[in-house]
Design a protein around this ligand. Structure first.
Ligand code: HEM
Length: 363
């Protein structure tokens, strides 16, 4: 069966690209959802569209887009709806965001995927270029990382696994945009791993097609010739400063590097050989599912071969300006948590277009 490029669910402009790499089971779920939506839909079937001339088809497609908001209320069980959501068109429905957050917590408990969800949120947002005004050409937190073309960028190796974990949640709460879901998952993962509460807002609008993905090469390399200059080039382009570079690097307190993905680190160490979750990889810290300031302590000491220090980690204690913050965070977890939560919230908003413009606070 062929999927229409416009899909059928309320935010399903993304459904077709997903289908090309999802598992058979996920694809059947997607197709099942598609046919339910098609039954409820007040717009024509793909076959009726195919049989029309191109101008009639395009005006019909335009009407479909205009009717998207109405269709949302047809598809979504009323239990997921707040009064505000049903009268006002926001990018994501607040009640669905709240329930999706609970599902993410369950996912974390069963799969220990905190690190890869944090990396997913960062890689969607981190393509932002402050020198480009136009959305979505400026990149940033707009859900473009769901498309295969961007997932195939070398820097994103392995992140398709994070998307596969989140897709069932997206299927359940179709009024939550991918851009919001990625950032919700990342902030929830940090909080659930023992990190600070992050002052997040939601309502990010999704890009609608792979042609809106940023070009490859906007994310940082781990081993550039001059790591300090490289980090500044990349993060200053996002509008972030030295303090934010160091604080955000502290996210490496979570997770592991895998040579078969990024090319960095050992295939396994004494800290990773038994998991939890998929075993293997090279962690920066001993307790790599706990969000604390041990990353700064460990990369400062560099005493354990089984703990990873990338060139871009090491430079945080070599560069005089970075070092001020790295030393501070190694000595004072509270200071790290404060600066991290501010920097993470800022990162999560980069390049995003919010609907409503002021965003949606969940609590
Ligand atoms: C400063 C520049 C950065 C560089 C060069 C860098 C590089 C890397 C590399 C090479 C990996 C290993 C990926 C793999 O093999 O699977 C990784 C993993 C990770 N990165 Fe970064 N990163 C940077 C900044 C950040 C930031 C700003 C965050 C979040 C705010 C972050 C969060 C993570 C997490 C949580 C993982 C672990 C993923 C997992 O275990 O699956 N990184 N990073």
């Amino acid at each position: 069966m062929e999927l229409s490029p416009f899909g059928y669910s309320p935010h399903s402009s993304s459904a077709a690209p997903m289908a090309s790499f999802l598992s058979g089971a996920a694809t059947s779920r997607l197709l099942a959802r598609t046919s339910t939506a098609a039954r409820l839909s007040i717009s024509p079937s793909p076959s009726s569209l195919r049989s029309l001339g191109s101008s009639s088809a395009s005006s019909l497609l335009q009407s479909r887009l205009l009717l998207r908001q109405r269709r949302t209320s047809l598809h979504v069980p009323s239990v997921f709806y707040s009064g505000i959501a049903s009268t006002k068109c926001a990018a994501s429905a607040p009640e669905q965001l709240k329930i999706a957050k609970e599902d993410i917590k369950e996912l974390l408990k069963t799969t220990f995927c905190h690190p890869i969800l944090v990396r997913l949120g960062w890689h969607d947002a981190g393509t932002y270029n402050k020198n480009i005004e136009e959305w979505p050409r400026r990149g940033g937190a707009n859900g473009s990382l769901r498309f295969e073309i961007e997932l195939k960028h070398a820097a994103n190796a392995g992140l398709v696994n994070a998307l596969k974990l989140l897709q069932p949640i997206k299927d359940k709460y179709s009024s939550v945009t991918y851009a919001d879901l990625f950032q919700l998952a990342s902030a929830t993962a940090v909080e659930e791993a023992g990190g600070p509460k992050i002052p997040m807002k939601y309502g990010r609008v999704d890009v609608s097609g792979p042609e809106e993905c940023p070009e490859e090469g906007r994310l940082p390399d781990a081993g550039p010739p001059s790591p300090a200059n490289h980090l500044r080039d990349v993060f200053y382009r996002m509008g972030l400063n030295d303090k934010e570079i160091v604080a955000l690097s502290g996210a490496h307190t979570l997770g592991r590097s895998r040579p078969d993905r990024s090319g960095w680190g050992k295939p396994e160490t004494k800290y990773t050989k038994d998991g939890p979750g998929a075993p293997g990889g090279h962690s920066w810290t001993v307790k790599w599912l706990k969000f604390d300031n041990s990353y700064f302590k460990d990369i400062k000491e560099k005493r354990d071969e089984d703990l990873l220090v990338l060139p871009t980690d090491a430079v945080l204690f070599d560069d005089p300006s970075f070092k001020v913050y790295a030393e501070k965070y190694a000595a004072d977890q509270e200071a790290f948590f404060k600066d991290y939560s501010d920097a993470h919230a800022k990162l999560s908003n980069l390049g995003a277009k919010f609907d409503p413009p002021e965003g949606i606070a969940l609590d």
